[in-house]
Design a protein around this ligand. Sequence first.
Ligand code: SF4
Length: 323
Amino acid sequence: MTPEELMNKIAGRRVIASISGGKDSAAMSLYLRELGIEHDRVFFDTGWEHPATYEYLRGELTREIGSIVELQAKFPAIDTSAITRPRVRAAVEAGNAMVIACLQKAMFPSRVIRFCTQDLKVFPMQAYISTRVEAGEEVINAVGIRRAESDARAKMSEWEWSDGFDCEVWRPLVDWSEQEVIEIHARHGLRPNPLYLQGATRVGCWPCIFARKAEVRMLGDTDEERVALIDELEQELTQRARARAEESGAKLSFERTWFQQFKGRSREQLWPIRRMVEWSRTTRGGRVQDMQVALFSQADDGCMRWGLCETISLGSTPSSEDE
Ligand code: SF4
């Protein structure tokens, strides 16, 4: 599309760019600026990002691409006096959306019930866009998705109507290579999110429910506080689930765990965070990697399709062979 055709296509609509704190959405914003396209930038705060992402987003990235609106899901108040674990209570009091959502739903998000994406990102974005539309604006949602990132993305079009957002979605970088993303950062003197330099392949929840083995290991090696919070949250949700089961004369059938993507395992065989971290430090398990592609291809549907977070998760997860 020539620049003139592009401006005709945009036709005066306001571009709202989804910013994740990762390299692709940053590159997209820089590219829009190069094209001379005014745009607003929005970030979905799950409360579950890596501290380095918040620092980068609110510091260096904002200085380079301009102010970024932070959107957060709204939940009814929670009675914190009923929370016995200190880290969980502190997270709720601090307004941590992910922790509050898990307590409200009495479960962790999973591949099947991915309320992390839906409640923490999709709904806030829908509310934001609908407010803008109701105010009389016509909008386009720009997302930094590239076809080269995965087979699922390879089929994505540059422009697509989203019923959910009730606007057109534009993927300006759809044909870009990773090298082009790096080059536009260099052109503007913008360093990427420092997590990439520490070995992360994507930027998103810390950790994502689809985290790869190496990412679980990075979490265990660098962030004992987050591991401890997940540990407490697992205990809190398990305790509540057990109490509910016993109230109805039943026994708890499985413990609540942050990670649930276990190849060939039942819910009764899930591992809690501390055991996942131990497993992540082993060398076994890598050979199941290819088998996970199909299992996790659904990760490409929600968060990723609309550029809500970077969920490339083709890494290994525990199987019965890792017992
Ligand atoms: S990054 Fe992962 S955990 Fe976070 S909202 Fe997306 S799918 Fe859920």
